[in-house]
Design a protein around this ligand. Structure first.
Ligand SMILES: Nc1ncnc2c1ncn2[C@@H]1O[C@H](COP(=O)(O)OP(=O)(O)OP(=O)(O)O)[C@@H](O)[C@H]1O
Ligand SMILES: [Mg+2]
Length: 275
């Protein structure tokens, strides 16, 4: 399938994050461009995989401006300028974040939280109500719409957090393990939401992590493996990008899961086990 790479949407150079004197991630470099395909609006879907503790969540906190990098820079397209040509350093709030713990407002019900998430949208009160109700129905949350976070199951909290970010994010959205704890039906809904977000605007960029390697290969058009690098025959104990699979170049992006994907899954698992 033919495509071209246009403006840079995400530029990460020499990124490292340390907590105190403990280096967690280091030497992280990657670039993601706006993908343009004739006859279809295509956003970017980028996945990070890697074994537990390798630094995926730490990287995501840096990408969303929640932690300040120890070294390096993270630039995103300034999508407010015409064509999104200018780059700016990422600040907290530029990138929507669904964290691994699905943090919600403690004192807002599901319905109130979603109303708050829509506050900046130019819709009438009725339109907002309809939009919220249709999402609640689609995501199986209408029965719990008046409940508070401590009265929700883990999966219900997670779905509320995802919808919240769909409602209030700009072009960038980072989801840390959005599929964990979801049942088969919810996973299908989340996949549909990915496709929907991606087809709405060419700049829309979803970055997610998962321990489900099949879901990485099926959904992403770019997959990075974060692991401990081997230097002079020894494992270093900081995370970095040890492998990149460009599913576009491999001819596997935007396709039904097939034999080619199964081969990539094998290679990803091998790269993870080695790091
Ligand atoms: N605030 C912190 N202070 C010190 N160390 C931290 C802090 N947060 C995370 N770490 C450490 O950083 C390392 C990477 O953690 P991180 O949560 O980024 O891993 P992960 O790849 O997301 O793992 P998982 O797949 O289990 O979610 C771990 O060793 C963790 O103990
Ligand atoms: Mg994590």
């Amino acid at each position: 399938m033919s495509y071209s790479k246009e403006n840079t949407l995400l530029y990460v150079e020499n990124l490292s994050v340390a907590y105190g004197d403990k280096v967690i991630i280091k030497d992280i470099n990657f670039v993601e461009n706006d993908i343009v395909r004739e006859g279809s609006t295509t956003g970017q879907v980028i996945c990070f995989v890697g074994r537990s503790g390798r630094g995926k969540s730490t990287l995501f906190r840096a990408l969303t401006g929640l932690v300040k990098p120890t070294t390096g820079k993270i630039l995103i397209a300034d999508t407010l300028t015409e064509g999104g040509n200018d780059a700016k350093e990422v600040c907290e709030g530029d990138v929507g974040f669904v964290d691994q713990k699905y943090t919600l407002f403690r004192n807002k019900t599901v319905y109130e939280a979603l109303t708050f998430a829509l506050r900046k949208q130019k819709l009438s009160k009725e339109e907002k109500h309809e939009k919220i109700i249709s999402y609640l129905e689609e995501w199986g949350l209408e029965k719990v719409k008046d409940q508070y976070p401590n009265e929700l199951s883990g999966g219900q909290r997670q779905r509320t957090a995802i919808i919240e970010q769909i409602f209030c994010s700009g072009h960038y959205m980072v989801l840390d393990e959005p599929f964990s704890g979801l049942d088969v039906g919810n996973i299908e809904d989340a996949k549909k939401a990915f496709n929907m977000i991606s087809s709405l605007h060419s700049f829309n960029t979803i970055i997610y992590s998962t321990h489900d390697i099949e879901l990485a290969a099926e959904l992403a058009d770019s997959i990075y493996v974060i692991g401990y690098p081997t230097i002079d025959g020894e494992h270093a104990n900081y995370g970095t990008i040890v492998k990149h699979f460009d599913m576009k170049e491999l001819g596997l992006a935007w396709k039904e899961f097939g034999l080619g994907h199964i081969e990539v899954v094998k290679q990803i698992k091998a790269a993870m086990l080695a790091s």
